[in-house]
Design a protein around this ligand. Structure first.
Ligand code: NAD
Length: 504
């Protein structure tokens, strides 16, 4: 939290100060943008192959420092140490690998077919945008911005990164790693502070904004970007459904539900926030889920060993990020109970632990209008509803203003595919969930209020470029058909030509 000109970062697990760093002064932001622009104009002139030579150095730095970075992220967010490795470091490394292998193919100029204009040729070039402003959330404070920053830079841009005010140290560490790997400092600069700094970044007028965060803030960012028609990618919230059909492998589906709902204490854009299970298997599935949720070990992800060294603790679920988030979760539970819902496990904040712990909570019998079905919780709540058919499950799953991801669980391939094909979501998994976020080869993003555009994969990399269409002609016709003069002979020719070309 800001205190004068200093931003402090606290551990949500223990309340300890993890560290502090200087707050970026708002009036400094336009100057940072100008410096980034100057550096970018040099960077974009380097051949892609030369820019790509930076990646092995970046990969080596990240590999050398992975434990230290994972510990820092676990301190700042409270997430279990293995999650810092799987969802912060692996996506970062996988993006580097993906770009090393694929960037040349994806960004290479493309030749277009021009039909009867055989004497001409058209080429599409994917050229850099300029300076990209990347604004990030706290829930994956290293992995999310890392993949976006790396793709933006390789596409030839410079970046101003504004990490969340709740996890500024992870953001700073990210920028440092690029520096340690030898990136010219002006190409990637850090803006620290709360939303006002994000707002200042947008109004300074970068060439693109990539915003990851809540729907409410995303709408404000889009409104501000509209003033200068700044293109933007929005990665926003979710209320993601899981649909368990009667022929699912119930053991696997229950393991998936528990991990999908409680990993990162449910603070995942693609968490399982709603579960619909077919009546024939509901009792058995719910019993398995409750038993597995009850076995999760909750606590601080790290502790100081007697020698002062910070070591990872074997925990499955950490705290929420702050008290505001914990109150929001508790309010949803209280409303669900008041409407007739039932808590099968959890349901009360952990007063026995310091920090903002809330236990894994499974709810049933909650009526459809409750907030727990409609508003993003961003906490460890798993409401389960029993449905009479896959059809009813699809209708309920699609009845949402969000459409980020969804999963369907069934061993019947044909049915699973048919159901998946009707779910409204940017990503639909069959018998799995969330993990493809970490695979840079697959695109990420949502429909409806979950966002606009894509990150990762070819789409995501091209989203950091603009298209320049180059049309070439070296073999002039005696008289171009569409040019002056408009003679009678030309009129007859044109009429015949249209019939010939488009008549069949
Ligand atoms: P948030 O919207 O509160 O903040 C996100 C970022 O925006 C922060 O850096 C914040 O300082 C900045 N910000 C705040 N006001 C701003 C303004 N007016 N202009 C510009 N920037 C501003 O979100 P959060 O609480 O940090 O993150 C949680 C949300 O992020 C959840 O809704 C979650 O679903 C979403 N999320 C989505 C994805 C995805 O890939 N779709 C991934 C992770 C998180």
């Amino acid at each position: 939290m800001p205190n004068g000109t200093i931003l402090r970062s606290y551990s949500p697990a223990t309340g300890e100060v993890v560290g502090s760093l200087p707050l970026t002064e708002i009036p400094a932001i336009p100057g940072m943008l100008a410096k980034a622009g100057a550096a970018q104009r040099v960077w974009e002139k380097r051949a892609l192959a030369e820019r790509l030579r930076f990646l092995p150095r970046l990969r080596a730095e990240l590999l050398t420092r992975k434990e230290e970075i994972a510990r820092l992220v676990s301190w700042e967010t409270g997430k279990p140490y293995p999650e810092s490795l799987t969802v912060e470091l692996i996506p970062a490394l996988d993006m580097i690998r993906f770009l090393e292998k694929e960037a040349e193919r994806i960004l290479r100029p493309e030749r277009l077919g021009l039909g009867w204009f055989v004497h001409k040729r058209s080429i599409l070039e994917h050229i850099p945008l300029g300076v990209v402003g990347i604004i990030s959330p706290w829930n994956y404070p290293f992995g999310i911005p890392f993949t976006q920053v790396t793709a933006a830079l390789i596409a030839g841009n410079a970046v101003l990164l504004k990490p969340s005010e709740l996890t500024p140290l992870s953001g700073r560490r990210l920028v440092e790693v690029f520096g340690e790997a030898g990136l010219e400092p002006d190409l990637l600069q850090l803006i620290t502070g709360e939303g006002s700094r994000g707002e200042a970044l947008v109004s300074a007028g970068p060439d693109k904004i990539v915003f990851t965060g809540s729907v409410a803030t995303g709408k404000k960012v889009m409104g501000a970007a509209a003033q200068a028609l700044i293109p933007l990618t929005l990665e926003l919230g979710g209320k993601d459904p899981m649909l368990v059909l009667k022929d699912a492998n119930l053991e696997r589906a229950a393991n998936g539900a528990v991990w999908g709902a409680f990993t990162n204490a449910g603070q995942v854009c693609a968490s399982v926030e709603r579960c619909y299970v077919e009546r024939a298997v509901a009792e058995e599935f719910i019993a398995k889920v409750v038993a597995k949720a009850g076995r999760l070990r909750q606590g601080s992800p790290l502790e100081r060993a007697p020698g002062g060294e910070v070591v990872a603790k074997p925990v499955d679920i950490g705290p929420l990020i702050n008290e505001t988030q914990r109150r929001k979760v508790q309010a949803q539970v209280e409303e669900a109970l008041a409407l007739g819902g039932k808590v099968l496990c959890g349901g009360e904040p952990r007063s026995d632990l310091p920090g903002y712990f809330y236990p894994p909570t499974v709810l049933v019998n909650v009526p459809p209008g409750a907030a727990v079905w409609r508003e993003e919780t961003f906490g460890p709540l798993l409401p389960i509803a029993v449905v009479d058919s896959a059809e009813e499950g699809i209708a309920l799953a699609n009845d949402s203003r969000y459409a980020l991801s969804a999963s369907v669980w069934s061993q019947n391939r044909r049915q699973a595919r048919a159901v998946a094909g009707r779910l409204e979501a940017g990503t639909v998994w069959i018998n799995d969930l969330i993990y493809t976020y970490g695979l840079a080869a697959t695109p990420w993003g949502g429909y409806k209020e979950s966002g606009l555009g894509r990150t990762h994969a070819a789409e995501g990399l091209r989203d950091f470029t603009q298209t320049r269409h180059r049309n070439e002609g070296y073999y002039p016709l005696k008289s171009e058909l569409q040019w002056y003069p408009y003679t009678e002979k030309k009129r007859i020719w044109l009429e015949r030509l249209i019939r010939f070309l488009y008549g069949r």
